[in-house]
Design a protein around this ligand. Structure first.
Ligand code: ZN
Length: 472
């Protein structure tokens, strides 16, 4: 036996790779996956975790969170949010810019990074925002600094910087294409939604909320986006797709070779109009929750491999704010902790033809490899491969548990899934070889800002199409 002593070995595992699941072990040294071990291969280590035939997934990447730091810490703070992430098996988060101050310059990205350092259980990166009339600030941005440029095509209580001007949109799409930086979009058309607000009643509750923020707003914005992509060849990722028609449009565009991808959220896959109604303001969201046929269409995107990722869109508000009258209650819900179990439970219910292992492979694609490739983290994260960061998640995928207020770790203190039974639980979460979560116990706040790839992967360059081809 050679003299190598690893820092950590995860042994007796069923390892979820990109395209298969194999028995074996994972040897970790200096925060990296140093070697993949065969089933009975022995090696020496300072610490061994015998996972007793459980599945080990790559640490999850939640590419869409609002951790509310700085400026909105009464809703949530980075420490509690990253704790919720670790307990949910998430090892990397990409935070959205709508904090206060707005993260719309390179300096503010650096300030946010400095503020978060030492507070985070998980690794992190940032999306940069654009304030109207200030897109010129993006000239100073280089590819490695932001996971994407995030545009809000419409806004709401906590998203005040709407970009709707034709000339400004042209400028930003061009600039992003020239710099090779991804654009992420909240794609609902502000003009269309304002028309509805002017001419229709004010929604009094969830029952008539969707009618006032209808699907046509999202469809119009996606169509407009695709025209801009045709003009500038900008690489675009559409966030929280909520309707069947958006998915139809985006699938057609990707099949035609446009560099567009999309994600949805765990709550859009779980709830519809009717099932969300008892939640009242807690399920007031932007975009709105739609109909069963939309939910079903999004599951078909997963079945056909055209959906790149599922984000939590963890957007917490305090219970006090969510208790306001319907009109004043801000849209959004926390979800980083529930992301994996909601997806695993949903996969079993909605795609019953999948085997247990196919469900785990699908979860790993949507929550790790997919976002890693799309956001330029794949040189370091997103799959279990020698040389990559030792971000690992040991799961009990068959464990059934009920979401209760006591289990909620988000600083907001509530969950839209309260009272519901989910299947699948993160047992141990490891970030670069450090155990940050182990069955209710937490390690240290060792999260670091991740350097992003300088170049978008070729597969998502100017002419490539669907992520399906990349991940197949
Ligand atoms: Zn969001």
């Amino acid at each position: 036996m050679s003299g190598t002593v690893y820092d950590l070995i995860v042994t007796n595992a069923r390892i979820v790779y990109r395209d298969r699941i194999l028995h074996g072990g994972i040897a970790v040294r200096d925060g990296k996956i140093a070697k993949l071990l065969k089933q009975d291969e022995e090696a020496a280590a300072n610490r061994t975790i015998d996972v007793e035939e459980r599945y080990v997934l790559p640490g999850l990447i939640d590419s869409h969170v609002h951790f509310r730091t700085p400026g909105y810490e009464h809703k949530e703070n980075w420490h509690s949010a990253s704790k919720a992430a670790a307990a949910g098996g998430v090892t990397t988060v990409l935070d959205m810019p709508n904090t206060n101050p707005y993260t719309d310059t390179v300096d503010r990205l650096r300030q946010k990074a400095a503020l978060v350092h030492g507070q985070s259980y998980v690794d992190y990166g940032f999306h940069i925002g654009v304030a109207p009339g200030k897109a010129g600030a993006l000239q100073a941005l280089s590819r490695g600094e932001a996971a994407s440029i995030k545009l809000f095509l419409t806004g709401h209580h906590t998203a005040k910087h709407i970009i709707d001007d034709e000339v400004e949109l042209d400028y930003i799409f061009r600039l992003a294409a020239d710099k090779g930086i991804l654009l992420t979009l909240h794609a609902e058309d502000d003009f269309v939604l304002r028309l509805f607000r002017q001419t229709r009643y004010e929604p009094s509750g969830l029952t008539n909320y969707e009618a006032a923020y209808p699907r046509i707003g999202a469809i119009a914005a996606v169509a407009r986006t695709l025209r801009l992509v045709r003009k500038h060849s900008t690489s675009v990722h559409v966030l929280h797709v909520s309707s069947a028609e958006e998915a139809d449009l985006l699938d057609a565009a990707a099949a035609a070779g446009y560099p567009v991808t999309y994600e949805t959220t765990a709550h859009q896959l779980w709830f519809d109009h009717a099932s969300a109604e008892p939640l009242g303001t807690r399920a007031k969201l932007s975009p709105a929750i739609r109909e069963p046929r939309d939910r079903e269409r999004l599951w078909q995107s997963i079945a056909h491999g055209t959906l790149t990722s599922v984000g939590s869109d963890h957007a917490p508000h305090s219970i006090a704010e969510k208790s306001f009258a319907f009109h004043d209650a801000p849209p959004g819900l926390p979800g980083v902790q529930e992301l994996l179990p909601a997806l695993l439970t949903g996969l079993k219910r909605n795609l019953p033809a999948l085997t247990r292992e196919e469900r785990l492979l699908t979860a790993a694609r949507l929550l790790a490899a997919g976002p890693a490739l799309r956001f330029g983290l794949d040189h370091q994260k997103g799959s279990i491969e020698a040389g990559l960061d030792a971000d690992l998640l040991i799961v009990d995928d068959e464990k059934k548990w009920t979401v209760t207020t006591e289990r909620v770790l988000s600083g907001s203190g509530w969950s839209a899934y309260e009272g519901l039974e989910l299947e699948g639980e993160a047992l141990v979460t490891i970030v670069r070889g450090h155990v940050v979560y182990d069955r209710g116990q937490f390690g240290e706040e060792i999260g670091e800002r991740i350097p992003l790839r300088r170049e978008l992967p070729d597969a998502f360059g100017r002419t490539a199409g669907s992520p399906y081809r990349v991940l197949a």
